[in-house]
Write a protein that binds this ligand. Sequence first.
Ligand SMILES: Nc1ncnc2c1ncn2[C@@H]1O[C@H](COP(=O)(O)OP(=O)(O)OP(=O)(O)O)[C@@H](O)[C@H]1O
Length: 225
Amino acid sequence: MAEPILSFDQVTILQEGVPTLQNVSFQLNPGDFAYLVGKSGSGKSTLFRAIFSELPIEIGMASVAGFNLNQIQKKEVPFLRRKLGFVFQDFQLLTDRNVEKNLSFVLEATGHTNKAEINTKIEEVLAKVGMSNAIHKKIHKLSGGEQQRISIARALLNNPVLILADEPTGHLDPEVSKEILMLFKELNQQGTTLLIASHDYSTIRQFPGRYFKCENNTIQEIAGV
Ligand SMILES: Nc1ncnc2c1ncn2[C@@H]1O[C@H](COP(=O)(O)OP(=O)(O)OP(=O)(O)O)[C@@H](O)[C@H]1O
């Protein structure tokens, strides 16, 4: 069996000295398609912040993408984050720039300088999300669903070992939400591992995966939602 991409073993996460999540133990394996569900305030964002090392792990053992979160140095954190892809509810794109600029910006910020390579990479990720024709369009001219596709393309740029999506359909109507989940499934079938925080149960039920529930200050794997 391949090494897990994420492994939490009896982890407690403190925020301002108060345990927000306690005794969390779970693993994600390469190729998993996993959901994180739970009410607002149950700790989904807290878990994500721990995964990308914004919150320290002081109790229990945790590793993500080959980094030991108990011992990670501040200077290593950007390298951990480069192995992760992030997708947000509100897309977090540069709305007054075009698609190409939104994507080249990320590659340039992570040390890519070869223009031909940058272009190839951009074409590749846009093809994956079905948005090749939008390369020169300004973000604010795109629909919500199209903007979310661009944000997924951005998340794919550095070939992440894990995509973390935080309420990715929160601002989308049911039909478009379904299309976004369908895209996630396709990417998963091509080998991408995903952890999707969502309370959009009617959509996620149509695209089954593993389910982890945040409840009572901890996280448990459940059979379905
Ligand atoms: N900076 C902080 N300091 C102390 N407690 C915090 C902090 N941020 C969040 N919390 C608490 O941690 C708990 C979990 O919050 P979290 O934001 O992780 O929930 P969530 O499931 O992501 O909710 P939502 O879906 O509304 O974002 C809440 O009780 C919240 O009040």
